[in-house]
Structures are given as structure tokens and as C-alpha cells.
Design a binder for this molecule. Structure first.
Ligand SMILES: Cc1cc2nc3c(=O)[nH]c(=O)nc-3n(C[C@H](O)[C@H](O)[C@H](O)COP(=O)(O)OP(=O)(O)OC[C@H]3O[C@@H](n4cnc5c(N)ncnc54)[C@H](O)[C@@H]3O)c2cc1C
Length: 415
């Protein structure tokens, strides 16, 4: 009898898994099905550039169906609930699908409804986000009208997908305002719940200096309690008040409510998994990959990519009755746009924080770690092509899934 691999979510991780596994398992023995609530695959890193008119909606979206190879079934439906004890998935509308193995790849999404006042009368008037296409488009329109006052960039809480995105936006908006000739008329303020610019000490120091050099004020340790729409201000639990003319916020990010309804999600809706094998800690035939997993590393497309390779090895072992020997090390790498056609790159894992050096080859690079260069910026732009044409179709990218210390300066030598 045929077996079924059911994949919930046809985003970055779900699509890569379906296409990679399909090439490894015969169609006579295996059905592979992807379920998603819509047919619009979004290249999310492109959202960063939309507020500055660099990309349009059409340049960052494609049909999900068209991203799946032949032999993968696509079901357009909202998942209502998973019943792991009976290996069933219930869809909104009443249909029920059975599975032998399940991959949860439902990602994470912005939840402005979780902060009082965020979805109030100023939403998309002077309070904006850019983690959705609609939000990025509305912000683009607002930025063309903005030429003086207080522009506040705000991060509600961690974890968020692409934890460097709010910093990148801040660097890009600083450069944008300089290009428009109105930077002097704008107070640019970066508000974060963290103690510094970023989570990891060496990168945080470097990025903190870059904010300082650009005369961007940092408001650390700010835990937002509400947005006061009348006063147009962020208010924290310790009663600090930060007024704004234009607020660009990253709302709380949460996993799918469906996972909480199914008893599979933690308090933020992420699935507890073994951080090395990606297997659910509760159900051996269930895995969570990508942003949906409760992994102690960044929520990023690069993590989805590296961990998919580990997942595929372990999944193939599991169905052959073998031990799961592939081990994910939390490998993440992210380009960080810094404005003026430059960028940085960070590369790290569960145990090693981002360090200076070169990547992927020692000395030659061509990419530099934790250093602003033109080649890093070009690498970020080139990544859109790589995403659609190499990663999603499940073609091999010549980068190891495990992080390497080759080319990196050991922490003891970093001043
Ligand atoms: C502004 C921005 C910039 C970024 N930049 C970078 C970058 O430079 N580098 C990088 O590595 N990463 C970046 N990322 C992060 C990266 O895009 C994500 O981490 C990655 O896409 C996660 O993939 P995923 O498959 O886990 O989730 P997603 O790709 O988000 O897919 C989840 C899918 O699940 C579906 N779904 C959820 N719930 C249900 C349900 N109940 N029923 C049916 N379907 C459901 C959704 O519709 C969605 O299609 C960025 C993200 C943003 C927002």
C-alpha cells in the first residue's frame, strides 16, 4: 500500500522538502502532498526592499503550485487541526486527510492584534509594518510623503523571522532619507526589547557602532505595553513613552494558531522538536521544519534550507527503520543590508556566535563576515534568483549544511 507524506505549509521549507523528497522516493510507493491556505508563494527577503520601491509585488511572488515539481499534490485549504493520535489532519470545510508521516512547515507570522492599540486608528496611517506585502506597499506610499519628524523603528519581541530585518530597514531608511536630502530633518530612533542592537555580543557591538555612526538613537530594553493612538506614542510596561510621527513596527511573531488548537504548539505556537533531528518531542512520525519549529537559532530561510537537508536524511532513515543520525547544528547565515549599496554577512550556529572573517573560503571569500562590503550587498540581491531557481526546486547548492570555522577569526582574537 502507498504511504503518505503530508506537508503542512507550502512556503520555503515545505516546498524544498516536497521537491527534494519527491526526487528520492518512487511515486508508486509514496504520495507527497502539500497543503497551503493560498496559492501565493512570497519571497520574503524581498519585502525589505519594497518600502523603497526596489521591488514590486510581482517580483516577490509566484504561484505555489508552480514551485512544486511533478508528482507532488497541492491542496489549497486552511488546516483547522492536526489529530496526531489518529494520524489525521482536518481542513476548514470538513475534509480529513490521513498521513503516515507529517511535516509541520507552517512558519510564523506577524500578529499586530497581540499588542493593544497596534491595530488602532493609526494602523497604516502612521503605524506600519513591512512583514506582509500589503504592509510593505502601504509603507512605501507613506515613505514617499515623509520628509521630517520622528521616525521610530520598533521591534516588539523576539523571536522574529529574520532577526536582522529591523536593523536592515533602519540602515536603508537612513540612506534613503540622505538620498532625498531630508535626513537632517528626521530623528531616527531604534526601539528594541534587547539590551543592544542584536542578540549575539560580537555582532551586537559591531551593529551598535554602525547605528551610532549614522546618528540613530537606540532605545534598549523597551517592552511595549501598548500604542497610544491619540498621542501617537509607544508606551512600555515601565511607563516609558516614545512619541512618533511615523512608526515602523515588527509586531509579535507567532506560530500558527492551528498548532495550539492541536496541542502541538508551545505558548508562542512553535512545535517543540529535538533540535538536532527536527523530530517532534511528542510524536515520532511528526517533524517540524523552518520557522514553525521551536529551535534555539534564528528563524530564517537559511535555517530552513540547511535544516531541510538534515530532515531529508533523517526522514529517509526513519522510513527504512534506521536510526536518525543526521544532526542539525543550528546553522544560519544572513546578509545584512547596511545602505549605500553595501551589506554585511553573518554565519553562525547553536554554539558559535557570528564572527569576523571571510566566507565561504578563507581570505578569498569572496564574501566578508561582519564587514560592510559591496559584494555582500550584491550577494543579497543575487539570492532572489538562487531562491527561485536553486533552493525551491531542491537543487543542490554547494554550501555545507553544517557551519564551518574555516575563514573565521576565533573569538579570542576578536578585539
Ligand atoms: C522582511 C523579511 C526579510 C527576510 N529576509 C531574510 C533573509 O535575508 N535571509 C533569510 O534567510 N531569511 C529571511 N527572512 C525569513 C524567511 O523568509 C523565513 O524564515 C522563511 O521563509 C521561513 O520558511 P517557512 O517555510 O518556515 O515558513 P513560510 O515560508 O512562511 O511558510 C509557511 C506557510 O504555511 C502556510 N500556513 C500557515 N498556517 C497554515 C494553515 N493553518 N493552513 C494552511 N497553510 C498554513 C502559510 O500560508 C505559508 O505559506 C525574511 C523574512 C522577512 C519577513
Amino acid at each position: 500500500m502507498k504511504q503518505t507524506l503530508l506537508i503542512l505549509g507550502g512556503g520555503t521549507a515545505g516546498t524544498m522538502i516536497a521537491n527534494t523528497v519527491r526526487k528520492r522516493l518512487p511515486e508508486v510507493d509514496w504520495d507527497i502532498t502539500v497543503i497551503d491556505r493560498d496559492d501565493v508563494h512570497l519571497y520574503q527577503p524581498g519585502l525589505l526592499f519594497m518600502p523603497f520601491g526596489r521591488y514590486t509585488r510581482d517580483q516577490v511572488t509566484r504561484s505555489r503550485r508552480s514551485c512544486l515539481i511533478e508528482g507532488v499534490t497541492f491542496v489549497l485549504a486552511e488546516v483547522e487541526r492536526i489529530e496526531p493520535s489518529s494520524n489525521e489532519v482536518r481542513l476548514v470545510g470538513g475534509d480529513v486527510l490521513d498521513y503516515d508521516y507529517l511535516v509541520v512547515a507552517t512558519g510564523t507570522s506577524s500578529r499586530p492584534d497581540q499588542t493593544p492599540g497596534m491595530l488602532g486608528p493609526q494602523w497604516r496611517k502612521s503605524v506600519f509594518d513591512f512583514f506582509t506585502v500589503d504592509g510593505a506597499e502601504a509603507l512605501a506610499a507613506a515613505l514617499t510623503r515623509f520628509d521630517h519628524g520622528r521616525l521610530v523603528v520598533h521591534l516588539t519581541d523576539m523571536p522574529i523571522k529574520c532577526p536582522v530585518a529591523p536593523l536592515e530597514f533602519t540602515f536603508l531608511v537612513d540612506a534613503w532619507l540622505r538620498d532625498k536630502g531630508c535626513r537632517e530633518a528626521v530623528d531616527l530612533i531604534y526601539v528594541t526589547p534587547l539590551a543592544g542592537a542584536f542578540t549575539k555580543p560580537i555582532a551586537s557591538a559591531q551593529l551598535g557602532h554602525m547605528l551610532e555612526d549614522r546618528r540613530i538613537t537606540v532605545e534598549p530594553d523597551f517592552l511595549v505595553e501598548r500604542i497610544d493612538n491619540e498621542a501617537k506614542a509607544l508606551v512600555s510596561y515601565d511607563e516609558r513613552v516614545i512619541p512618533f510621527d511615523l512608526l515602523v513596527t515588527i509586531p509579535l511573531n507567532m506560530g500558527s494558531d492551528m498548532l495550539m488548537r492541536s496541542g502541538l504548539g508551545n505558548e508562542l505556537g512553535y512545535v517543540p522538536v529535538d533540535k538536532h533531528t527536527l523530530q517532534s518531542t511528542q510524536w515520532p512520525n511528526v517533524f517540524a521544519v523552518g520557522d514553525a519549529a521551536d529551535l534555539p537559532t534564528s528563524k530564517a530561510g537559511s535555517v530552513a534550507h540547511f535544516s531541510v537537508e538534515i530532515f531529508v536524511d533523517n526522514f529517509l532513515s526513519l522510513i527504512e527503520g534506521k536510526e536518525l543520525t543526521a544532526s542539525f547544528d543550528g546553522h544560519a547565515n544572513c546578509f545584512i543590508e547596511s545602505g549605500d549599496g553595501k551589506g554585511l554577512l553573518i554565519d553562525f550556529n547553536y554554539d558559535t556566535e557570528p564572527l569576523p572573517g571571510s566566507y565561504p573560503l578563507p581570505t578569498i571569500g569572496p564574501l566578508k563576515l561582519l564587514k560592510e562590503t559591496r559584494s555582500n550587498h550584491l550577494g543579497k540581491l543575487a539570492f532572489r534568483w538562487v531562491y527561485w531557481n536553486v533552493l525551491l526546486p531542491g537543487r543542490p547548492l554547494p554550501l555545507p549544511s553544517h557551519m564551518s570555522m574555516v575563514g573565521k577569526k576565533p573569538p579570542a582574537l576578536v578585539p
